[in-house]
Ligand binder design. Structure first.
Ligand code: SF4
Length: 346
């Protein structure tokens, strides 16, 4: 008897974060400012996904919107699921429950998120009692264990200290410990190393990588540091003017960036073998400043005529996604604006 070979396929990975077609507009009186447009991304269980781009591109707003931390005057559309739970339109109670049990955030400046008049121990035990309902003594023991887990050398002493007695790197570890207090499955890290020196940055990232390995955490990392994202992320999404313009595995994105903005970001990195830096010319636009066409067109060295008046479509395949008129294969001709024939290329 012969048996047919069963093809091996990896089991599908559970998506911890699914953002689909997310758009956000802020109202000011009669004025309406679009901030995000059709943002889509996923982060599977145990995956580290990077969100990179210049300041103001919408990275942090995407993270905050995903967990319901939107401005009061915001209009949001699309779909966001955290561990399968719909976030848009959820009640404040349900949003708070997801934030306290499933998804935690860490921020760029820990000093802005911790009471300077409160001891570290008081801060952490309050968080633990709130999220886990622990007694005061249990919360104290757990707080010390969390500080040890994030690599602080003397947890009992640090619990008695005030924030100003700790360096920026130590305080960021405290914030990571606080984020772990709810035993989350998803960590949203918003520029967690931007304010730190390069050695401390490496220490914080190695802590996050260890937490991913030991706790199976999924991590969405917002950063403007492309090298950091390539080094630690499985996949990277590049944002510009409130939209994702390219997404790919970190290795493929670094090997062959297809979107001119991604290529420009890579070219702008300092490197020992480069005599000069290639800054991306011009200034980044907010989505609300884009009057039609491709948002990157005013800065794009490869812009063709219709880039300025026709928004490019998104193409997707083999895990890669890019929004640009230029062809995926440089040997192909660039895409034409709708309604134009080849001889009419602008
Ligand atoms: Fe440049 Fe045109 Fe592509 Fe926009 S659509 S990134 S302007 S080539």
């Amino acid at each position: 008897m012969t048996t047919a070979a069963v093809p091996h396929t990896d089991p599908p990975r559970t998506a911890m974060l699914e953002v689909a077609d997310l758009s956000l507009t802020v109202r000011r009186g009669q004025d309406r400012k679009p901030i995000l447009a059709s943002v889509s991304l996923t982060c599977a269980k145990g995956e580290i996904v990077g969100l990179v781009g210049e300041s103001g591109s919408g990275k942090s707003m995407t993270l905050r919107t995903a967990v319901g931390l939107t401005p009061a005057n915001a209009e949001v559309s699309g779909q966001v699921h955290v561990s399968g739970r719909e976030m848009l339109g959820a009640s404040p109670k349900d949003l708070a429950e997801v934030r306290s049990r499933t998804a935690s955030m860490i921020f760029q400046d820990p000093r802005a998120h911790i009471n300077p008049f409160q001891r570290i121990g008081t801060f952490l035990t309050e968080v633990l009692r709130l999220h886990q309902g622990l007694s005061k003594s249990e919360a104290g023991r757990t707080a010390a264990a969390l500080l040890a887990e994030v690599g602080l050398p003397d947890p009992d002493r640090h619990l008695r200290q005030y924030p100003h007695e700790l360096s920026g790197g130590m305080l960021q570890r405290v914030m990571i410990a606080a984020a772990l207090a709810s035993e989350p499955e998803l960590l949203l890290a918003d520029e967690p190393t931007t304010a730190l020196d390069v050695t401390t940055q490496a220490e914080i990232m190695s802590i996050l990588l260890r937490l991913r390995r030991d706790r199976g955490l999924s991590i969405v990392l917002v950063t403007h540091d492309l090298d950091l994202a390539v080094a630690v992320c499985d996949r990277i999404h590049v944002m510009y003017a409130g939209s994702i313009v390219e997404a790919n595995s970190a290795t493929e994105l670094a090997r062959a960036p297809r979107h001119p903005y991604t290529a420009a970001l890579f070219a702008a990195r300092p490197a020992p073998d480069r005599a000069e830096l290639h800054a991306v010319s011009g200034r980044p636009l907010g989505l609300y400043e884009v009057k039609g066409g491709c948002a990157f067109a005013p800065r794009c060295p490869q812009a063709i005529g219709h880039c300025h008046d026709t928004a490019p479509q998104t193409r997707e395949g083999d895990g890669h996604r890019v929004t640009c008129h230029l062809p995926a294969d440089p040997a192909e001709p660039a895409a034409l604006a709708p309604g134009l024939t080849k001889g009419e290329r602008r």
